[in-house]
Design a protein around this ligand. Sequence first.
Ligand SMILES: Nc1ncnc2c1ncn2[C@@H]1O[C@H](COP(=O)(O)OP(=O)(O)OP(=O)(O)O)[C@@H](O)[C@H]1O
Length: 241
Amino acid sequence: MVTAALEIDQVNHRFGRFQALKEVSLIVPRGGFTALLGVNGAGKTTLFSLITRLYNNSTGSIRVAGYDLRREPMQALARLGVVFQSRAMDADLTVRQNLAYHASLHGISRQDAAGRIEEVLSQVGLVGKSADRVSALSGGQQRRAEIARALIHRPDILLLDEATVGLDVKSRAEVLELTRRLIAENGVSALWATHIMDEIQPDDDLVILHQGQVLRRGSAADIAGRQGLTQAFLDLTGVAV
Ligand SMILES: Nc1ncnc2c1ncn2[C@@H]1O[C@H](COP(=O)(O)OP(=O)(O)OP(=O)(O)O)[C@@H](O)[C@H]1O
């Protein structure tokens, strides 16, 4: 029985002589929400690029739903759903067209795709928007459509890289709440990369990444202690957020 949705063990990454990640280890439990907290440049996107195989990982190991990314890449990647920091949908196509395209990329038949599209649109609360062009959606709706895209192949774990960047406060809260609801109701897991403290709740698993290193792992409440998360982060990193 595989208990972890994502298991990263002692992963390193270099850009030339610059070491962007140093011996990074973390676990996202099945059905868990893990926040990856770090300021700009901490290494969050680099880590996501390794998990999604945009970059090759040559040290340590990454396992997705028990599948080793190096030895069983197809199986591992099939268990991953990714919401990138940059927009990943074609703004000139409708929501449904985008989702149908991504379903076909995942090898989902046309027949099955129709049902899957309804399923994911309902999960993200966009049923009435399927015929709208992505460009006509609000920023928050676009993010929800991207989450629908990431869910189309029923992954075990969602990777969300600064998913609320550029959104107003209300839309930010909605995207975060949606992610938490997907975990509670659909059993998916999530690795939520952010630099925003307010997005983290005391019960969350928290990983603090700074200058390519994991400084703390544990429950957010334990890491925050009596002083609160903002002060704990400042004490650990020397950086205020
Ligand atoms: N292609 C690259 N070549 C050289 N250095 C890079 C490259 N990509 C990232 N870096 C460096 O690696 C470090 C980590 O960057 P990364 O983008 O992973 O951080 P981040 O935590 O995702 O921050 P942000 O949210 O700003 O993207 C930074 O110092 C960055 O300048």
